[in-house]
Ligand binder design. Structure first.
Ligand SMILES: Nc1ncnc2c1ncn2[C@@H]1O[C@H](COP(=O)(O)OP(=O)(O)OP(=O)(O)O)[C@@H](O)[C@H]1O
Length: 317
């Protein structure tokens, strides 16, 4: 972490673009993407299938060449000087190749040799991902979740400052997802900056401190998850909804009539709503805070676009 400052951007891209040209024309996978990932914590890189997450990550790691734009890792331009910083970056992008008949420990010992890590680092990485007890079982006997944890353990051998995980919970059951989520949270808490790509917005919301949401290769929004989620709204039931509505609106709140209740959007707390209405002789029978989730934000940003496969095709000629 030498040379880092707290306001350093660990990942920065500017005008990043990737086009793939095939027989059917040119497909723009990533379009003018300005990504800014601050140091520390877990940053969600979110978007539906085919929105350009993997392509962006592959470019950052020097596995694909950008059509246009610039990128840097820890302030160092890549791919030009990738060799200077790659030692600080751990990544799980494609399924790593482990030997099926070797145990987790044997697999990691083989890898440790290539990154100059010792036996202690292997034991520590296994313990950190919760595989200490099963370290001597053969890889092929592992569940998908255990295989995914081993892949993360392999990246920890070089004590990375930045960990890039591309859809690490893909194909896992809810218990497996929870294990990986907890592991990622622990790593973030321990000071590793994590870029976590996913198309499951609700899932990532629980572990990320900040996030970038993309759709069709374009940035839709970026910021602290708290800020992205924005204001809380409240659902309330009251005997005289019309009177309650005008009282709340007179106080500057945005009120709409839902099916059976009033929906109120405000920066004020629930206490303030209760006090205001009671002051007007209106008594609440119910007051429920309703937090927007990232999925709702995404749908708003894409104007109701589906979270499923969206067309990433943009014919430029
Ligand atoms: N090598 C390639 N050749 C042609 N098109 C490609 C290539 N790699 C990716 N694409 C296209 O670029 C677009 C973005 O794909 P990408 O894999 O980056 O999306 P993603 O957000 O990672 O999706 P997923 O969540 O499904 O992994 C898609 O339309 C994809 O078909």
């Amino acid at each position: 972490m030498a040379g880092s400052t707290s306001d350093e951007l660990v990942i920065e891209t500017s005008g990043l673009r990737k086009e793939f040209t095939g027989r059917r024309g040119t497909r723009v996978a990533v379009a003018d993407l300005d990504l800014a990932v601050p140091r520390g914590g877990v940053h969600g890189f979110l978007g539906p299938n085919g929105s350009g997450k993997t392509t962006t990550i592959r470019m950052l790691l020097g596995l694909a060449r950008p059509t246009a734009g610039t990128m840097s890792l820890f302030g160092t331009p890549v791919p030009q000087r990738l060799a200077d910083v790659i030692g600080r970056v751990g990544a799980v992008v494609e399924s790593p190749k482990f030997s099926p008949t070797f145990s987790a420990r044997q697999n990691l010992l083989l890898l440790a040799g290539s990154v100059g890590a010792g036996r202690d680092a292997v034991d520590e990485a296994l313990a950190r991902v919760g595989l200490g007890e099963r370290a001597d079982d053969r890889y092929k006997s592992y569940s998908l979740g255990m295989k995914q944890r081993l892949a993360i353990a392999a990246t920890l051998l070089k004590s990375p400052d930045l960990l890039i995980l591309d859809e690490p919970t893909n194909g896992l059951d809810p218990a497996g997802i929870r294990e990986i989520r907890e592991l990622i949270r622990d790593l973030g808490d321990a000071g590793v900056t994590v870029l976590l790509s996913s198309h499951i917005l609700a899932e990532v919301q629980q572990v990320c401190t900040s996030a970038t949401i993309i759709g069709n290769g374009r940035m839709l929004t970026s910021g602290r998850v708290e800020d992205l989620l924005g204001r809380t709204s409240y659902r309330l039931r009251v005997g005289d909804p019309a009177a309650a509505r005008s009282t709340l609106e007179a106080a500057g709140m945005t009120v709409s009539q839902g099916a059976a209740a009033l929906d109120v959007v405000t920066d004020e707390t629930g206490d303030a709503i209760t006090r205001l209405l009671a002051g007007a002789g209106l008594y609440l029978s119910e007051l429920t805070p309703v937090r927007a989730d990232l999925e709702t934000i995404f749908l708003e940003l894409t104007d109701g676009d589906r979270m499923g496969v969206t067309p990433a095709l943009e014919e430029v000629r």
